[in-house]
Ligand binder design. Structure first.
Ligand code: ADP
Ligand code: MG
Length: 578
C-alpha cells in the first residue's frame, strides 16, 4: 500500500511525538471555529489522545475526504497561500495520524442529521457508520505508533510526553484566550480555562495570581506593518531557560531566535547575562511578510524584514521597561541604505524592502483587536506618560529641508516632515482612542463640490469624518461645507482646507475597493498624518518643540508607515571615515 507508506513517511515529519498530534488536532478545532476544546490524555498520549470540539463539524462527504492525502479544504487557489490565516493548510496532518494509530473520527455538521463516524487502523478504513453527537468533531487517537515499533520505542517516559502535551496545550490556550480549554489526564481535570477576552487573565491562570500582579503591559506599538502587544515580567523574575518566553505571530506560537535575541536586547540593563526574561508577546504582521511553512510542524518562521522585527521588539520592550530613558541610536537599517537588510539570509525576496504605502496594516480582525486593545491598555494600565525633553543640539539647516543635530553619541539628521507625520499620527490616534479628537471651527466654512463618485463616500462616512474632527454638512446636491478640522491640522490649513478632503476620499475609495487592507479610520489617520507632514515647515525655529514632541512618541525613529524620521552617525563611524 504505497499510499499508506507515503503517509507514514510524512507522519515522521509532522508527527514527532504525541504532542505533535495534539498540536495538529487543536489547530484543526480552532480552524473549525470551536469555542470549547477538550483534550483527554492517557499514558502520556501513547494510549489515548482525544480532542473534542464544538466547531463547525463536517458533512459525511467531507469527513471521508479529509482523511485523504492533501485533502485540505483550506487552499482554493495558489494565491491563497500568501494570505492564509488558518493554522493548517497542507491537508497532511489527519492522513499522517491515521496511518500510525488506531483512529476514530466522529463529526456532525447538523444537529438534525446523524453524525458520521469513521474508524481507521494504520491507514486502512475499518468502518464508516452513523453515530450521534451534536455539532462538532471528536477525534480519538489510540496506540500511537503501534505499527511503527521503531518510533514507539523512542517515546520518552509518560511524564515527559505529558509535559510536552501540556506545553502545547498551554501555548494554544494562551494564543486563544477567548476559547475555553479543558485538559484531562487519566480522568482527572488538570485545567479548565474559562474563556476571556483579556489575555492577562489567561496568563494569570498559568502563573498564579501573585506573580500575575507583577505583569507589565507592553506599550502597544506599531512599526511599519508590525504591531505588537503583550505582557512582561520584571527582569527580577528572569529564569535560566527561555522556556517561559511565549511568542505568537499572527496567533501562531513560534520559537524564533531573532525574536528571542530582540527580547534579550530589550531587557538590557534589567537582567543578568545568561538569564531569560519572562514575556508573552503577540506580534501581528501581514502574512506575506513571513514564511511560516519552513518547518513541517510550523514552529519556525522566516521574516522578510528581520531588522524591523528586531527593532520593533527590542525597542518596545526597552521603552516599556524604562519609559523615561533617553532614546537610543536608531538601528543600522535607518542609517544605511537597505542593502544589508534586504539580503536577509534565508530569503530571496522579490518584495520591495520598504513597506508599500498600500499595505500598511494587518488583517482586519487583528486590526480591530489591536485598536480596542490599545485603547484599553492605554487608558487603564499605563500611568500617564511624563513628557521628556530631547537631547539634541540643533546645528543648522541642510538643503532647506533637514536639521543637522548632535547628541552625546554623534551626528543626527532629522527630517522635520517625517517627524511631524509621526507626531500627528500618535497624537490623533491617542485622541481617537479616547473618543476626544480636538477640532477647531473654521472662521469661514469652506464650501466644496464633489463628483458623483465622491458624494456617496462622503455621505457614508460623515459620522466618522466628524469623529476625526471634520465637521461637514450637506448643502444640497454634490455640495458640502466644511465647518471644522482636527487641531493637528489647523495650523497647516489656512487657505486650502478642502484639499485634504480630496485625499481622505481617495483613501476611503481604496478602502472600499479593498485595495488597502485597512479600515476607514486607519486610512484617514494615515492620510492626515502624511498631510501634516507635507506642510510642516523646515524652519529651524520649529526644531526645539518638534524634537520634544518627537522623542515623546511611541517610536520616534520612523513614521507609522515605516519611513525614518532621523538618521544617526556615531562619532566612531565618522572617525573611521577620516
Ligand atoms: P489542514 O488542517 O492542513 O487542512 P488536516 O489534515 O489537519 O489538514 O485536516 C484536513 C481537513 O479536515 C481540514 O481542512 C478540515 O476541512 C477538516 N477538519 C479536520 N479537523 C476538523 C475539525 N476538528 N472540525 C472540522 N473540520 C475539520
Ligand atoms: Mg490541520
Amino acid at each position: 500500500m504505497p499510499e499508506t507508506l507515503a503517509s507514514q513517511v510524512a507522519a515522521g515529519e509532522v508527527i514527532e511525538r504525541p504532542s505533535s498530534v495534539v498540536k495538529e488536532l487543536i489547530e484543526n478545532s480552532l480552524d473549525a471555529g470551536a469555542k470549547t476544546i477538550e483534550l483527554e490524555i492517557r499514558k502520556g498520549g501513547s494510549a489515548l489522545l482525544k480532542v473534542k470540539d464544538d466547531g463547525c463539524g463536517m458533512s459525511p462527504e467531507d469527513a471521508r475526504l479529509c482523511l485523504e492525502r492533501n485533502a485540505t479544504s483550506k487552499i482554493k487557489a495558489v494565491d491563497d497561500l500568501n494570505t492564509l490565516h488558518t493554522h493548517g493548510f497542507r491537508g497532511e496532518a489527519l492522513p499522517s495520524i491515521t496511518s500510525v494509530s488506531r483512529f476514530r473520527l466522529t463529526t456532525s455538521q447538523d444537529n438534525a442529521l446523524p453524525a458520521t463516524q469513521i474508524h481507521i487502523e494504520g491507514g486502512t478504513i475499518r468502518s464508516i457508520s452513523e453515530s450521534a453527537r451534536s455539532i462538532g468533531t471528536t477525534i480519538e487517537v489510540k496506540d500511537l505508533f503501534y505499527n511503527v515499533p521503531a518510533r514507539r520505542k523512542f517515546l520518552k517516559s509518560q511524564n515527559t510526553e505529558f509535559g510536552h502535551i501540556e506545553h502545547q496545550f498551554k501555548l494554544s490556550a494562551l494564543g486563544n484566550p477567548e476559547v475555553r480549554y479543558i485538559l484531562k489526564n487519566e480522568d482527572q481535570i488538570k485545567w479548565d480555562l474559562r474563556p476571556t477576552k483579556d489575555a492577562r487573565l489567561r496568563i494569570a491562570e498559568f502563573i498564579g495570581l501573585e506573580l500575575s500582579k507583577k505583569l507589565i503591559p507592553l506599550t502597544p506599538t506599531q512599526v511599519g506593518q508590525i504591531e505588537l502587544h503583550g505582557f512582561l515580567l520584571p527582569g527580577s523574575e528572569a529564569r535560566n531557560t527561555s522556556k517561559q518566553q511565549t511568542i505568537f505571530i499572527n496567533s501562531r506560537p513560534i520559537d524564533d531566535p531573532v525574536v528571542r535575541n530582540a527580547i534579550r536586547d530589550g531587557y538590557r540593563g534589567h537582567i543578568q547575562p545568561g538569564q531569560f526574561p519572562i514575556v508573552w508577546l503577540w506580534i501581528s504582521m501581514p502574512p506575506h511578510e513571513l514564511d511560516i511553512n519552513v518547518h513541517p510542524a510550523k514552529r519556525e518562521v522566516r521574516f522578510r524584514h528581520q531588522t524591523e522585527i528586531k527593532y520593533a521588539v527590542s525597542e518596545t520592550i526597552a521603552s516599556t521597561l524604562s519609559p523615561k530613558r533617553n532614546p537610543v541610536s536608531p538601528p543600522q537599517f535607518f542609517q544605511n541604505s537597505r542593502t544589508t537588510e534586504a539580503s536577509s539570509e534565508h530569503f530571496e525576496s522579490t518584495q520591495p524592502a520598504e513597506p508599500t504605502p498600500l499595505a500598511r496594516w494587518t488583517t482586519s480582525t487583528q486590526k480591530e483587536l489591536t485598536l480596542t486593545e490599545t485603547a484599553r491598555l492605554a487608558n487603564e494600565e499605563k500611568p500617564p506618560a511624563k513628557s521628556r525633553s530631547h537631547s539634541f543640539t540643533v546645528l543648522s539647516l541642510f538643503k532647506n529641508r533637514y536639521w543637522l543635530c548632535e547628541d552625546s553619541e554623534g551626528l543626527v539628521i532629522v527630517d522635520p516632515k517625517a517627524s511631524r507625520e509621526r507626531i500627528t499620527y500618535d497624537t490623533l490616534k491617542r485622541q481617537l482612542e479616547a473618543s476626544e479628537v480636538q477640532a477647531q471651527k473654521l472662521l469661514i466654512p469652506s464650501v466644496f463640490e464633489t463628483d458623483s463618485r465622491e458624494t456617496p463616500l462622503i455621505e457614508e462616512n460623515l459620522q466618522l469624518l466628524e469623529e476625526m474632527g471634520f465637521e461637514i454638512s450637506s448643502l444640497g446636491k454634490d455640495t458640502f461645507q466644511l465647518l471644522s478640522v482636527p487641531n493637528v491640522l489647523s495650523s497647516d490649513l489656512s487657505e486650502d482646507s478642502t484639499s485634504i478632503l480630496k485625499d481622505l476620499i481617495d483613501g476611503l475609495e481604496l478602502v472600499r475597493k479593498k485595495t488597502m487592507r485597512e479600515l476607514p479610520h486607519q486610512s484617514m489617520l494615515h492620510t492626515i498624518a502624511q498631510r501634516s507632514g507635507r506642510t510642516q515647515s523646515s524652519a529651524i525655529q520649529y526644531a526645539d518643540s518638534l524634537l520634544t514632541e518627537l522623542v515623546n512618541c511611541s517610536i520616534p525613529y520612523c513614521t507609522a508607515a515605516g519611513r525614518p524620521t532621523m538618521i544617526h552617525y556615531s562619532e566612531n563611524e565618522i572617525k573611521k571615515k577620516f
